[in-house]
Write a protein that binds this ligand. Structure first.
Ligand code: R5P
Length: 316
């Protein structure tokens, strides 16, 4: 049986879902994804999904809990409507930073959310730039884990065509070294690390820059910019150490709390993010913030999953 593709979107990132659907040349499926008057999520899949290869596109960005519920309730509805297979496409996976016990008697919420998703009837997950790759193992179903590196690499290659020898990729903390190293490989350039110590959640203190950044055009690479503390402090430390300029390539623009003010007032030349999370109207007004789309990459991955082809070639 040829199970045709059907794509549905939750409410977290409809613009991205629409872009993906245009790349795939598959119309978004009809679904009511709303709330009852008491606030409960209300879902009604209005297209026939019996025997279909269903892709639900939903970033679990803020309001995170609500968007998780939309995703799992949509999956439940598709499963009960006899979909052949259900893939949750979650370009941004919320709760990813709660992936281990950070103190006694704290939860591992990323694992709990993975269990909830699996219990809802999702057969596989397509994620992008997870905070740590080990989160794949939280799911007992297949997880394809894409990276935004190809999207950023294309942009920065055309932006800095001739500064290769002057360029330096920087990880804003020790945990992000692998990600930054992969980007440094693309540019065939060196790597520096900012030694970040965090006293409180959502607060960061830059302690030390490891590597010679003097005279370098620095590119900070990270998975998430949330309050902007890590990024703007790292950028300031790099300039203090003699970097000539600092840009950043960060996949998920969470941008909560003081982020926008911090970024606007920072020494950063440019912050390049993806559309894994839609930008707020205020974020769109900040000229330093540029958004690149993941839609083509995600559409290719969806097509390959549907055709049972390799997805790993998209990692390069
Ligand atoms: C932390 O390990 C992450 O990779 C990000 O660096 C962090 O979540 C960014 O948070 P904030 O923008 O609030 O400093």
């Amino acid at each position: 049986m040829d199970a045709g593709i059907q794509i549905f979107s939750g409410n977290s990132n409809r613009p991205l879902a629409e872009r993906i659907s245009r790349h795939l040349d598959v119309q978004l499926g009809k679904a009511l994804v709303d709330r009852f008057s008491d606030g409960e999520t209300r879902v009604e899949i209005q297209s026939n999904v019996r025997g279909s290869d269903v892709f639900i596109i939903q970033s679990t960005c803020a309001p995170v809990d609500h968007h998780v519920m939309e995703a799992v309730i949509m999956a439940d509805a598709c499963r009960r409507a006899s979909a052949h297979r259900i893939t949750l496409v979650t370009p941004y996976f919320g709760y990813a930073r709660q992936e281990r016990k950070s103190a006694p008697r704290t939860p591992i919420t990323a694992k709990l959310v993975a269990d909830i998703i699996t219990a809802s009837g999702v057969d596989r997950v397509l994620a992008l730039e997870l905070h740590t790759s080990a989160i794949q193992g939280f799911f007992n179903i297949p997880v394809d884990h894409l990276f935004s590196k190809p999207v950023f690499a294309e942009y920065f290659k055309s932006k800095f065509p001739s500064v290769k020898e002057n360029m330096l990729v920087v990880s804003p903390d020790a945990g992000g070294v692998e990600r930054a190293r992969a980007m440094a490989k693309v540019f065939n350039c060196g790597l520096a690390i900012v030694d970040k110590r965090r006293d409180q959640p959502n607060e960061s203190a830059v302690m030390n820059v490891i590597g010679d950044v003097k005279g370098k055009q620095c590119l900070i690479v990270d998975d998430i910019v949330d309050t902007g503390g890590s990024l703007t402090k790292a950028a300031a430390a790099l300039i203090e150490q003699g970097a000539t300029g600092v840009s950043a390539a960060i996949s998920h623009a969470v941008l909560s709390g003081p982020a926008l003010t911090r970024i606007e007032n920072s020494v950063l030349d440019e912050l390049v993010v993806t559309d894994s999370i839609p930008l707020s109207i205020d974020a769109e007004k900040i000229s330093k913030i540029k958004q690149l789309t993941l839609s083509e990459l995600l559409a290719k991955a969806i097509r390959r999953i549907h055709n049972a082809e390799s997805v790993s070639s998209l990692f390069l």
